[in-house]
Write a protein that binds this ligand. Structure first.
Ligand code: SF4
Length: 294
């Protein structure tokens, strides 16, 4: 099995994208920030925001010292802004529980706010060079094709996925950590959902799915998520007004962003329920302290 890892790692050694969170000695906190941001946002959009965050908040204590509203403001247009609040809560927990350091134990990582199975193992592997099965959608797809001969993986990560990917890793700890990064890269760059580039793939002679000669099922593997016209879009527009404002804004300044009152109110209510927006009398703002003169 680990032949797949060695082939993939040899390919990665030559072809890995030069991403700043992969720099040696970058530190666990910048890696953790990158993993939060990359959960639902493509690399190209994450890059500028990640650079801003790392420069502004080089350690968890720097972020924890600010209001969560500043994290939401600095999240910009990455989308799914609850991640900004969770990352702020995570920074606070790192300060309170771990002296401002990212822990090196899986159980401690999993106990942090906003850190799930994938993120915990990714940070331990990529920042600390530990041996863990790091299983995201891309890795599950590579394993499903190369090992199981299936066109795609199931809808959600299962314990069996972790076991399968773990079985692909070399026993050597450093080699395993690098193989984890390599499998992720292969899935992101070559073994994509709709147009796998099997001719360029280092696993092409070993891949069970390719050897089977099967074709991809017709149609998209997953329904593309609609954005235009959704409550997500309206939430984004409302938050953009608050991010750009120095202090609380009156309701009419929010009302102009979207014509449908019912949908607009629903979006605002959900932002209030999530704690991304707070009421200030007749006005609204991001959470946190408000200067007395605003
Ligand atoms: S040969 Fe094709 S299907 Fe198999 S792992 Fe490589 S890119 Fe994916």
């Amino acid at each position: 099995m680990s032949e797949l890892a060695s082939l993939t790692t040899a390919w990665y050694d030559v072809n890995a994208r030069d991403l700043p969170w992969r720099a040696p000695e970058i530190g666990a906190w910048p890696v953790l920030i990158s993993e939060f941001m990359l959960q639902q946002t493509p690399v190209v959009r994450v890059l500028p925001v990640w650079r801003e965050w790392v420069a502004r908040w080089p350690a968890p204590a720097d972020l924890a010292a600010e209001d969560s509203g500043e994290a939401i403001r600095a999240w910009g247009r990455l989308g799914y802004p609850r991640r900004a609040m969770r990352l702020h809560a995570c920074a606070t927990a790192l300060v309170e529980r771990h002296g401002g350091e990212v822990p090196r134990r899986l159980d401690q990582m999993l106990a942090l706010p906003g850190v799930g199975d994938y993120t915990a193992r990714a940070v331990l592997a990529f920042a600390y060079g530990q041996r863990h099965p790091v299983v995201d959608t891309n890795v599950r797809r590579v394993a499903a094709r190369a090992v199981s001969g299936l066109a795609d993986a199931g809808a959600a990560t299962t314990p069996a996925d972790l076991t399968l990917v773990e079985s692909l890793l070399p026993q050597n700890v450093a080699a395993a950590a690098r193989a984890s990064a390599a499998f992720m890269e292969l899935g992101a760059v070559l073994c994509t959902a709709r147009t796998p580039r099997c001719g360029d793939c280092p696993l092409r002679e070993r891949c069970a799915w390719r050897r089977s000669g099967a074709a991809l099922p017709a149609g998209p593997s997953r329904k593309p998520q609609r954005y235009a016209g959704t409550d997500r879009q309206v939430r984004g527009l409302l938050l953009a007004v608050l991010r750009q404002a120095a202090g609380p804004v009156p309701k009419p300044a929010l009302d102009v962003v979207w014509p449908d009152q019912v949908q607009r109110e629903r979006a605002l209510d959900s932002l209030l329920a999530d704690g991304l927006v707070v009421p200030r009398g007749e006005r609204f703002s991001l959470p946190g302290r408000v200067p007395a003169d605003l």
